[in-house]
Design a protein around this ligand. Structure first.
Ligand code: AMP
Ligand code: GLY
Length: 361
C-alpha cells in the first residue's frame, strides 16, 4: 500500500495513476484534490453548498480585479488560486498594497500559473484552528482539534510560514463546538463532494477561523497538516496503516479510531532567515540529548547527512514534539528538549500554545 501525502503529487494525480494499474493507494484523486489545489474551485464549491466562508469574488483579469479592489473597505485578502507553498495569500491594508499584490500575482506571475486567477475576499478575524478527518468517501472520523502557529514571530507577527508549531487538542474548543463543526462543515463538505462527482477519500483538513458569527472555512487542504500531523501522531492510538487500509476498502465505519486522552504539541525549529532566504548546511547537534528527555520525539523535516554530519537542509528543520497530561506539561517538556538542540541561525517561537491557554475558560 502507498500513502499519497504531499500536495504536489496529489494535485498531479498520483492516486489516479496508481488506481489505473490496480495498485493500492491511499489519498484523494486529482479531481477531489482540487478542493486544495484550486482556491477558485474551493470557493465555488463552498458557495454552491452553502458552506460558511468569507465573502469573495474571483478574477482572471488584472484590470477588473484592481477596479473591484478599489471599491472595497480594507483590509482585504488576495489569494492566488493555485498552490504557492503557503505564500499565495496576501492580506492588504491599503489599495496600494492590493494593487501591488495583484500585479505581482497576475502580471509578474511570482507564483507562476498559480496566479492566473485570484480570489479577493473579506478579511475575517478570530482564532484559527485546524480540523482533520479521515474519510473513505462515505464515512468519516474526525480528529481532536489542533492549532498551528503560522506567523514566524511571537505574538503572531511577521510573515506567514508553513507552520511554526502546533498543539492538540485546542483547550478552548468545546465538544459542542466541535460537534457543530462536524455537522455544519465536515459532513456537508464530503456530501457535497460526493454529490458533485468528486468523492473525496483520504484526509480532509479544513482550516477554520472562529468568527463572532461562527466558524468559517478559510481553506481546505486535501492532506495532513504539517506540523499538525507530528502532534497528532503522538496522540493517535490506532495503527495508521489499519486506518488507511480501511479507507481504501471503504470500511472506515468498521474500525474504531482511538486517541490518547492526553495533550501534545510540536515546536518547529527553523533556519535563520526563514521564511525568506535562508542558508543550508549548518551542523545540527543535541538531538540525542533532546530525545533522552521524557516523552520527546524529534521529527526531521529539512535535514540531511553530509560528510557524516547531520546538517540543515530546509526552512523548517526539525519538529520537537511532546505529550503530557495537560497542554502546559507537554509544552514545558517540548521546550526543555528544544534547548538541547543547536545549529547556526536557529529560530523558533517561544510562545507556542500560549494564546490558546490564555483563551481557556
Ligand atoms: P489560507 O492558505 O487560505 O489558509 O490562508 C493562509 C492564512 O492567511 C490563514 O491561515 C489566515 O491566517 C490568513 N487568511 C486567509 N484568508 C483570510 C481571511 N479571509 N481573513 C483573514 N485572514 C485570512
Ligand atoms: N499547517 C499548515 C499546513 O499544513 O498547510
Amino acid at each position: 500500500m502507498t500513502l499519497a501525502i504531499p500536495d504536489d503529487p496529489l494535485s498531479l494525480g498520483v492516486v489516479d495513476e496508481f488506481q489505473k494499474v490496480g495498485l493500492r493507494i491511499w489519498g484523494p484523486t486529482k479531481k477531489a484534490t482540487r478542493i486544495e489545489s484550486s482556491k477558485t474551485f474551493a470557493k465555488d464549491f463552498m458557495r454552491k453548498h452553502n458552506l460558511p466562508t468569507a465573502k469573495f469574488k474571483i478574477f482572471d483579469n488584472f484590470g477588473k480585479a484592481k477596479e473591484y479592489a478599489a471599491l472595497q473597505s480594507f483590509p482585504i485578502v488576495i489569494k492566488a488560486s493555485g498552490l504557492a507553498l503557503g505564500k499565495g495569500v496576501i492580506i492588504c491594508q491599503t489599495l496600494k498594497e492590493a494593487s501591488e499584490a495583484l500585479e505581482n500575482i497576475m502580471v509578474k506571475k511570482i507564483f507562476g500559473e498559480s496566479g492566473n486567477e485570484v480570489v479577493i475576499e473579506e478579511f475575517l478575524t478570530g482564532p484559527e484552528i485546524s480540523i482533520h478527518a479521515f474519510t473513505d468517501g462515505e464515512n468519516y472520523s474526525i480528529f481532536p482539534t489542533s492549532q498551528d502557529h503560522k506567523k514566524i514571530g511571537e505574538g503572531d507577527t511577521g510573515p506567514n510560514t508553513g507552520g511554526m508549531g502546533t498543539i492538540a487538542p485546542v483547550p478552548f474548543v468545546s465538544n459542542k463546538l466541535l460537534r457543530g463543526i462536524e455537522k455544519n462543515i465536515v459532513a456537508p463538505t464530503l456530501k457535497g463532494m460526493n454529490a458533485d462527482g468528486n468523492s473525496f477519500s483520504g484526509l480532509i483538513y479544513p482550516g477554520l477561523i472562529l468568527t463572532k458569527d461562527g466558524p468559517k472555512i478559510l481553506e481546505y487542504n486535501a492532506r495532513f497538516g504539517d506540523p499538525e500531523t507530528q502532534t497528532y501522531m503522538r496522540l493517535l492510538d490506532t495503527d495508521l496503516l489499519d486506518i488507511s487500509d480501511a479507507c481504501i476498502d471503504k470500511k472506515l465505519n468498521e474500525i474504531e479510531i482511538k486517541w490518547k486522552n492526553l495533550s501534545a504539541c510540536t515546536v518547529v525549529l527553523a533556519s535563520g532567515g526563514y521564511p525568506e532566504n535562508y542558508e543550508k548546511g549548518k551542523i545540527i547537534s543535541g538531538i540525542d540529548e533532546a530525545e533522552a528527555e521524557s516523552d520527546i520525539v524529534v521529527f526531521h523535516a529539512g535535514t540531511k547527512i553530509e560528510n557524516n554530519n547531520l546538517v540543515t537542509n530546509g526552512g523548517r528543520v526539525l519538529g520537537i514534539s511532546a505529550m503530557g497530561n495537560t497542554l502546559e506539561e507537554a509544552l514545558a517538556k517540548a521546550y526543555k528538549a528544544t534547548k538541547k538542540i543547536s545549529f547556526a541561525g536557529i529560530q523558533y517561537r517561544k510562545d507556542v500554545g500560549q494564546k490558546a491557554l490564555s483563551f481557556k475558560k
